[in-house]
Every structure is written in structure tokens, then in C-alpha cells.
Ligand binder design. Sequence first.
Ligand SMILES: NC(=O)c1ccc[n+]([C@@H]2O[C@H](COP(=O)([O-])OP(=O)(O)OC[C@H]3O[C@@H](n4cnc5c(N)ncnc54)[C@H](OP(=O)(O)O)[C@@H]3O)[C@@H](O)[C@H]2O)c1
Length: 281
Amino acid sequence: MKNYTLNNGVKIPVLGFGTWKAQDGEEAYQAVLAALKAGYRHIDTAAIYKNEESVGRAIKDSGIPREELFITTKLWNSKHTYEEAMAAFDSSMERLGLDYLDLYLIHWPNPKPLREDGAWQKRNAEVWRAMEDLYQAGKIRAIGVSNFLPHHLEALLETARIIPAVNQIRLAPGVYQTEAVDFCRAHDILLEAWGPFGQGELFQNPAVQAIADKYGKTIAQIALAWSLQEGFLPLPKSVTPSRIASNLDCFDIELSPADLEILKNISGLEGGAPNPDGVDF
Ligand SMILES: NC(=O)c1ccc[n+]([C@@H]2O[C@H](COP(=O)([O-])OP(=O)(O)OC[C@H]3O[C@@H](n4cnc5c(N)ncnc54)[C@H](OP(=O)(O)O)[C@@H]3O)[C@@H](O)[C@H]2O)c1
């Protein structure tokens, strides 16, 4: 698999395996094992997914050398002080069974409990300092954020010593966060696309089906090709071995500029991108 190069020079496989809702235990373990067997080398998890232990066990049992893998996890909303972030990182590493991490992300910029007293700017600055310290201590190869809009990034950059390498946001055909995309591109922050299948909604979309039929590919493969051609890093999730394997068959697709535009603008997706200043957690 090809790589992108992050703004600190670290290479990251252009596509990662999503694990949200992959249940801890057999489901997450078998899914990650199947993904590694199929050729994925980049796994995306988070403390809040509560499956880091199973992900870690699959990584170990795969027998793939650690340096060939790229592992991401995320700091949850209840850990937004310096000390809590440091302790949360150690706990994630213990569950994953790893001695270094490739990418650590602040999961959300504005957790609900911090919203009332307007503390999120101060707390993000504090948490970011913890992540910078972990990075400089060599425990993490790159640090980034998730679900950050331009105003969250602008606030962070006021005190940051290190510019985030990544912003992981919801992006898919029909879900295009133009302002966040433009801001990140201008600051050399790689965009990772969570929910690259519209969290499943794309599979019922007739406009995407028509494009898939035209290229002789599946909707999933077309959605991933779109993401890659936009320069995003998609994180497809599946716990179904046949889908895990077939989703990877997306690298030879060359969507025309007209089809890229149609996909960008398709309508009918219910979810859209959540407002990080309004989420209920
Ligand atoms: N940073 C954040 O706040 C955030 C938020 C959400 C997600 N994420 C990350 O992004 C990853 C992907 O997002 P997501 O899991 O929400 O949604 P997604 O990847 O857009 O969609 C996953 C759904 O698509 C189904 N699916 C996968 N391949 C398919 C295929 N070829 N044909 C038909 N159905 C298929 C899966 O079913 P089966 O599993 O049953 O096969 C699952 O129901 C997550 O797993 C997580 O790692 C991050």
C-alpha cells in the first residue's frame, strides 16, 4: 500500500482500517486479524471504542513486524487535563500491548462537560502540551486531532509548539466539510476520512450505485477511490471478512473529474457531519 507523508516526515499508509463498533473480544480480534491478512497495515481505534485490548492482541498474533504497522488511538473527552491525558495514554498503550504509538489524536475538541464554562480552549492547549511531551519523549511518532473545525484549530495553534499532523473528520461522498478541508490543506494537516461509507448510508444511494455500475466496481470501492483522489485518508470499517478484503480493491480506480464532482455533491445522506460544539458527550 502507498503512503502519505505527514508534515513531520512520517509515512502513513493511505488507507486505514476502522474499528468503531467492532465489539471487544472475538469480533474486533477476528476483524483486525482478517484486515491484516488482507493487506491493511494501518489500524484506527480509540479508548472509547473499548476494543484496544482485542486490537492489540490481533496485532501481536498477526506476526507482522511492528515497524510495518501504523497504529492510531485517541484520547477520550473525559481526560482533558495534562495529567489525565498522560495517564490515559499509558492505559491505552497497556491495553494495546505496544511500546510506542504511531498516531495519537484528541478525539473531540469541545466535550460537553467543558462547554458551559468555555474551558475547551484552555483544556485543548493543556492536552496538546501533554501530547507534545509524549511525542518529544519518542513515545508517539505523530500527534493530531479529530473533529476539529477551523476555530478549534486556530485556538490550538495559538499555543502549540507542534502543528497537528492529522485532522480526522467525517468525510464521504455527500459529506464534504469545505471550510475544515480548506483550512487543513492550507496548513499541511492531513485529512483522515471517518465514516467513508456515510456510516453505511451510501449503500442505498442510487447515484453512487450508477457510478459504481459504470466503473464495474462496488459502492464501497468507489467511495474509497473518491476519498483517495481527494487526497483524504479513508478509514473503512467492516467486521465481515469478504467486505474487509474486497474494500481494498479500490486502488486501480480512476474517477473522472465529472464523477468526482457528482460524488462530492450527492444528496440524501441523513447523517451529515456532527457539530463538535453541540455533541452530547
Ligand atoms: N474520530 C471520530 O470521531 C470517528 C467517528 C466515527 C468513526 N471513526 C473511525 O472511522 C471508521 C469508519 O467509520 P464508521 O465505522 O462509522 O463507518 P463506515 O466505515 O462509513 O461504515 C461502516 C459500515 O459499513 C458496512 N460496510 C463496510 N463495507 C461494506 C461493504 N463492502 N458493503 C456493504 N456494507 C459495508 C459495515 O458493516 P459490517 O461491519 O457489518 O461489515 C458498517 O456497518 C470507524 O470504524 C472509526 O475507526 C472515527
